[in-house]
Design a protein around this ligand. Structure first.
Ligand code: HEM
Ligand code: FES
Length: 442
């Protein structure tokens, strides 16, 4: 125990020791008050499990697992050393490790709900994306260049899957497969998420071609197919090597839809089951096709997907992430400069290290973009943030100042990439964020 007999929490990953000097705060609250980044998507409600920690030493010095923790541990097959930081109070010295580091990792937690050893039927949207002329590229480039190009390709097209609550199922050579709705979600949401991921992929590939692959004299083209249906999911295989397996006709059909792009020279095709999942007029569509897939009795209708008819805030925000936070420290510096210029009295509310504060802010903005695809968690997360801001002394009248400073900084940092549509999407998202937080302000 440290001075005054306060317990010490040792964060092993970053080798930082802090004093637990408020017995009423959870481990999560303690991380936040010490400016240690600690994901907490649902805002400490014991629902998202992103705040999970592994207790490496002193497990007896932590309050016993709550009902919520016990339920989650059973469903997700956790060993007893895994706890939720938002549910734990500390009585003596402990050593812990945070287990989820980035927002991009959160979707993977869905796989814990997939049964082990047996397969369960689940309704999911399936996305297949394939690089065109891959063989030609492999022939014309060295192995080293190819590995570099493929890594960049997988990152570029993997991100839109992760942004939209999807799980990356497999990379097979020149193909990537994404699954949406593995742990539930409505049919409409899962299909919308998959469609948004496909549109985001096309956007990201254009960017990759223009910015990075010019040097390789390369222009990557992709073909994407999306289908929706019931598939069998399980962790299956040899007892010593089980892996996620997803089987069923909807999977094979999604692969064939993807291939069909080549025949008709399109980039994204969706099946009728995807189209039927969303209200009429949601998607902007191009050409329609009717084809008979091997093994099917009837013809299938396929539709070329061009976009969303109405502004899709998530798609816009996601497409801006690459440019907006290229220099996070600079973003935060410019933002706070504006806030303190417009409302100098807010300066004294900030007691801690401003550089770390800036990092927490940009980290939070990035996390919000990810958690827009999990709105139930986002809402409770913002309530938590609103309550903590009330404790920091933030008043209702401060929010418009922060909002306008944020919008000006976003426009400035986007530079030539700024468009009225993008700014409108950011403004709507931030209005929602501050609106939820403000409910707790005086
Ligand atoms: C878009 C809205 C906002 C977001 C996303 C945001 C985000 C954050 C984050 C992530 C933290 C770190 C601590 C924590 O997680 O609780 C924080 C702290 C803080 N924020 Fe905000 N904030 C917002 C609005 C505001 C407003 C309107 C004010 C008023 C001036 C403000 C003042 C503060 C202060 C004083 C702290 C504590 C700093 C310290 O203890 O040194 N924030 N904010
Ligand atoms: S479960 Fe702890 S923050 Fe969501």
């Amino acid at each position: 125990m440290a001075e005054e007999n306060y317990p010490v929490i040792h964060y092993m990953g970053i080798n930082q020791k802090i004093t637990y000097d408020d017995p009423d705060s959870t481990i999560l609250e303690c991380s936040i008050s010490h400016q240690i980044p600690h994901l907490h998507e649902c805002g400490g409600n014991g629902r998202c499990s992103t705040c999970r920690i592994r207790v490496l030493e002193g497990s007896k010095n932590i309050s016993p697992p709550t009902m919520r923790e016990r339920e989650l541990a059973q469903v997700r097959r956790w060993d007893p050393s895994v706890r939720l930081a938002c549910q734990c109070y500390v009585k003596g010295d402990i050593a812990i490790q945070r287990l989820v580091w980035t927002s991009a990792e959160i979707n993977k937690l869905q796989l814990e709900t997939v049964p082990e050893g047996v397969a369960e039927e689940r309704a999911i949207a399936i996305l297949f994306c394939d690089i065109r002329n891959f063989t030609k590229m492999a022939f014309e480039n060295t192995t080293f260049d190819m590995a570099h190009i493929l890594n960049r390709f997988y990152t570029t097209i993997g991100d839109p899957i992760l942004f939209n609550n999807g799980v990356i199922y497999q990379y097979i050579g020149d193909e990537i497969i994404g699954l949406f709705g593995v742990a539930g979600g409505t049919r409409e949401k899962n299909c919308r998420d998959a469609a948004r991921a496909a549109l985001g992929m096309n956007y990201a590939i254009e960017h990759l071609n223009q910015m990075e692959l010019v040097d390789f004299d390369l222009n990557i083209r992709t073909g994407i197919g999306i289908n929706f249906g019931k598939a069998f999911i399980g962790h299956l295989g040899h007892p010593k090597h089980k892996q996620l397996a997803v089987v069923g006709d909807p999977i094979n059909t999604a692969s064939r839809i993807q291939s069909f792009n080549k025949d008709v020279n399109t980039r994204i095709l969706i099946s009728q089951s995807v189209l039927k999942s969303v209200p009429e007029g949601t998607f902007e569509l191009g050409k329609e096709f009717s084809t008979k897939f091997a093994g099917h009795e009837h013809d299938s209708m396929l539709y070329e997907l061009k976009g969303f008819k109405e502004l899709d805030i998530q798609l816009e925000l996601q497409s801006s992430m690459d440019f907006l936070f290229t220099n996070k420290d600079e973003f935060a510096r410019r933002f706070y400069e504006r806030v303190f210029e417009k409302a100098p009295q807010t300066r004294e509310l900030f007691k801690k290290n401003m550089r770390e504060q800036g990092r927490l802010l940009t980290h939070m903005l990035g996390s919000i973009v990810y958690s827009l695809s999990r709105p139930e968690n986002l809402k409770t997360g913002l309530q938590f943030l609103g309550r903590s801001h009330y404790r920091y002394g933030v008043k209702k009248e401060h929010y418009p100042v922060v909002l306008s400073s944020m919008m000006e900084t976003i426009e400035e940092q986007l530079g030539e990439h700024s468009t009225p549509k993008l700014l409108m999407a950011w403004e709507q998202a931030l209005n929602y964020v501050t609106g939820e937080m403000m409910k707790f302000a005086e």
